[in-house]
Design a protein around this ligand. Structure first.
Ligand SMILES: Nc1ncnc2c1ncn2[C@@H]1O[C@H](COP(=O)(O)OP(=O)(O)OP(=O)(O)O)[C@@H](O)[C@H]1O
Ligand SMILES: [Mg+2]
Length: 253
């Protein structure tokens, strides 16, 4: 087996990257796939989301060079984690001095690709070297977005970056889809922007939509993904649907 490496990125902050990465990684692992979640954001939110240990050697050590083993098991069977904490904030600068600085994640993952089915990378809200490393190493990218007024501008920016990477560092990178998050179907602005996005990007937009749901927002404070916090909530059901769609999209892409 060779792992599918799926990154979650959008340079805009607070659009649901981490929530989506944590919940989809958990649902994929619960479907009996060996899964590795890599927290690539110094905020360490996906580490907290699966109750990971932020003091364990993590992404910073792994990317910047010590030989320490960085993988930790989580309490979720088949879900492993490479954690992040504030140390990772220095990585963008420290990586600058490295040879092949855009390819470090790709090189590091070579050793693990045959051990996992899925590797999920939660990116920070920026297009710095960490995100470039993810773009270079990944087989697929999912762009979570919120249906807000400036969303279209942000999305066209990341689409340009993806095209540039496909034309250079990583011709194999595929846009798996745009996922609409925190959707409020009673909001006419949300509806209108969702229509615009679907018109522009057609089948590249996930059919599944993640609604704004209070259980999704509560779950991380308990260190739990939504399927372990409240499996019957609309939030859990929407993430299960979206993950099923992800697995289908991966199988045909
Ligand atoms: N579907 C949802 N319903 C309600 N709240 C949500 C939903 N998705 C995410 N949130 C909340 O919105 C906030 C931002 O989500 P999240 O941290 O996943 O975004 P992000 O894109 O990873 O942010 P950052 O850019 O800072 O990394 C969090 O407080 C999260 O709990
Ligand atoms: Mg995040």
């Amino acid at each position: 087996m060779t792992a599918k490496i799926i990154m979650f990125a959008n340079q805009k902050g607070g659009v649901g990257k981490t929530t989506t990465a944590v919940n989809m990684a958990t649902i994929i692992a619960a479907s009996r796939y060996k899964t590795l979640l890599i927290d690539f954001d110094p905020q360490g939110n996906s580490t907290s989301g699966v109750n990971g240990d932020k003091n364990h050697p993590g992404t910073y050590e792994w990317m910047v060079g010590s030989q320490l083993s960085s993988i930790q098991h989580t309490y979720i069977p088949d879900l492993h984690l490479i954690s992040a904490n504030m140390n990772l904030a220095a990585a963008d600068v420290e990586l600058l001095q490295k040879h092949d600085k855009e390819f470090i994640l790709q090189k590091n993952l070579d050793k693990y690709k045959n051990f996992y089915d899925y590797i999920i990378v939660d990116c920070p809200p920026s297009l710095g070297l960490l995100t470039i490393n993810a773009l270079t190493a990944s087989t697929h990218i999912i762009v979570p977005m919120q249906c807000e007024y400036y969303a279209l501008e942000g999305i066209s920016h990341i689409m340009q970056i993806i095209q540039r990477i496909q034309g250079g560092f990583n011709p194999n990178l595929q846009l798996l889809g745009i996922l609409l998050t925190m959707y409020d179907r009673r909001s006419s602005l949300n509806q209108q922007i969702a229509n615009d996005i679907r018109f522009h990007f057609q089948q590249k937009v996930f059919n599944s939509v993640i609604p704004r749901n209070v259980k999704i927002a509560e779950a991380p404070s308990h260190g739990k993904p939504i399927i372990l916090y409240d499996v019957k909530s609309t939030g859990a059901i929407s993430y299960m649907d979206a993950t099923k769609e992800l697995l289908q999209r991966v199988s045909i892409n």
